[in-house]
Design a protein around this ligand. Structure first.
Ligand SMILES: Nc1ncnc2c1ncn2[C@@H]1O[C@H](COP(=O)(O)OP(=O)(O)OP(=O)(O)O)[C@@H](O)[C@H]1O
Ligand SMILES: Nc1nc(=O)c2ncn([C@H]3C[C@H](O)[C@@H](CO)O3)c2[nH]1
Length: 319
C-alpha cells in the first residue's frame, strides 16, 4: 500500500516535470523568436531545440526551470560533477570536509542523513493539526523488509534533489577547475544499496522492478543534469569500516553486522573495480574512477592529506 503511494507521488512529479520541460521549451522558443531568432552557431540561425542538442553533445548544461544567459550556461557547463562513493563509515564525510577546506573551487554536498532521520508529517487528530517526526533510517535498520523500499524511494529522491542544485556563484565565477562534489549519488542508491537490499530479500521482486523503472525514467528525463564526470572511490576493508562505524556510534547503526558491510564492499568492488554490475546508463559505464586507499589515517597525517589532495586535483583536471 505504502509502496504504491510512493510510486504514485513520484509518477505525479515526473508528469509535472514533463509539463514544465515543455513549457520551458515554449518559453525558450518565444524568447528566441523575440530576439530575432539569431543564435550564433556557425552562420545560421538555429532553433533552440537544435542548439540544445548541439550543446548537449558539447556537454553544456541547460537550465531546468529558468532561462540562463548563454554565458551563464557556459559557466554552469564548466562545473564538473563528481561523487564520493564508499562503504558505510569508510570516511566519506571526513574526506569531504578535507576537500572542502582544500580548495575554494570545490563545493561539497553532504549526504542528507538528517533528513532521513527526521521526516515530518502533518496529522490531524481532533481539530488541531499535529506534526509527527519519524526516523526512516532507524525504521529501515529495525525492519528492513518492511521499510527498505520506502527508504530507497526517499534516499534516491533526496539525492536527486541534491544533484539538481545549481552550482553557487563562486563556482560559476571560478577561473580554475570548479567542481561540485556529492557524497554518494543516485547511482550508488541503485547499484549499491537498493541492489543489495534486493539481493538480501529485503526488497521483493515487484518492488525492485518498480524501483528500477522509476529510477531509469528519472535519470533519463533529467539527462545530463544528473550526470557525473567522475567518481572518487574510498576503498577500505569492511573490517576497517566496522571499527570506524563503532567508533562513530550512530544510534541507528547499532545492529549493523560485519556481514552487511562485507556485502556492501562486494557491491562497490563489482561496480567500481571489476565493473561487473549491470549498468543502464551509457555515460556511467565509462566514467573515470579515482580509487583511494581509505584505510590509512589521514586526519592526523599532513603528508597523507597532501598526497590525497594532489591525486584529487590531478583527477579533476583530467576530467
Ligand atoms: N582516514 C581515517 N582514519 C581514521 N578514522 C577515520 C578516517 N576517516 C574517518 N574516520 C572516522 O571514522 C568515522 C566514520 O567517518 P565518516 O563519518 O566520515 O564516514 P562516512 O563514510 O561519511 O559514513 P556514512 O557511510 O555513514 O556516511 C568517524 O568517526 C571518523 O572520524
Ligand atoms: N539502505 C540504505 N540505502 C541507501 O541508499 C543508503 N544510503 C545511506 N545509507 C545508510 C548508511 C549509513 O548508515 C547512513 C548514512 O550514510 O545511511 C543507506 N542505507
Amino acid at each position: 500500500m505504502m509502496s504504491a503511494l510512493y510510486g504514485c507521488v513520484l509518477f505525479n512529479c515526473v508528469s509535472k516535470l514533463r509539463k514544465q520541460t515543455a513549457l520551458t521549451q515554449v518559453r525558450r522558443f518565444v524568447q528566441w523568436k523575440m530576439s530575432g531568432g539569431l543564435i550564433r552557431a556557425g552562420n545560421t540561425a538555429t532553433p533552440p531545440t537544435i542548439v540544445a542538442m548541439a550543446n548537449r553533445k558539447r556537454n553544456l548544461s541547460f537550465p531546468s526551470s529558468r532561462c540562463l544567459s548563454k554565458s551563464a550556461e557556459e559557466a554552469k557547463a564548466r562545473v564538473k560533477r563528481v561523487s564520493i562513493e564508499g562503504n558505510i563509515a569508510v570516511g566519506k564525510s571526513t574526506f569531504a570536509k578535507l576537500l572542502q577546506s582544500a580548495c575554494s573551487d570545490w563545493e561539497v554536498m553532504a549526504e542528507p542523513v538528517s533528513k532521513w532521520q527526521n521526516i515530518r508529517s502533518e496529522t490531524s487528530k481532533g481539530t488541531e493539526p499535529q506534526s509527527t517526526v519519524s526516523n526512516l533510517l532507524q525504521m529501515m535498520y529495525q525492519d528492513p523488509q518492511r521499510w527498505s523500499y520506502t527508504f530507497q524511494t526517499y534516499s534516491c529522491m533526496s539525492r536527486l534533489r541534491t544533484q539538481l542544485q545549481p552550482p553557487p556563484a563562486c563556482l560559476l565565477n571560478s577561473e580554475g577547475t570548479p567542481v561540485q562534489v556529492y557524497e554518494r549519488s543516485v547511482y550508488s542508491d541503485r547499484y549499491i544499496f537498493a541492489l543489495n537490499m534486493f539481493e538480501l530479500g529485503c526488497i521483493n521482486t515487484t518492488e525492485w522492478a518498480v524501483y528500477q523503472d522509476w529510477h531509469s525514467l528519472l535519470v533519463e528525463q533529467f539527462g545530463h543534469q544528473v550526470e557525473l564526470e567522475g567518481i572518487i572511490y574510498l576503498r577500505a576493508p569492511a573490517k576497517k569500516c566496522m571499527e570506524r562505524l563503532k567508533k562513530r556510534g550512530r544510534a541507528e547503526e547499532k545492529g549493523v553486522k560485519l556481514d552487511y558491510l562485507d556485502k556492501l564492499h562486494v557491491q562497490h568492488e563489482r561496480w567500481l573495480v571489476e565493473k561487473s554490475t549491470e549498468i543502464h546508463f551509457e555515460k556511467l559505464k565509462q566514467i573515470p574512477v579515482l580509487e583511494l586507499d581509505a584505510s590509512v589515517e589521514f586526519k592526523s597525517d599532513p603528508v597523507v592529506r597532501e598526497q590525497f589532495i594532489t591525486k584529487v586535483k590531478n583527477f579533476f583536471n583530467a576530467l
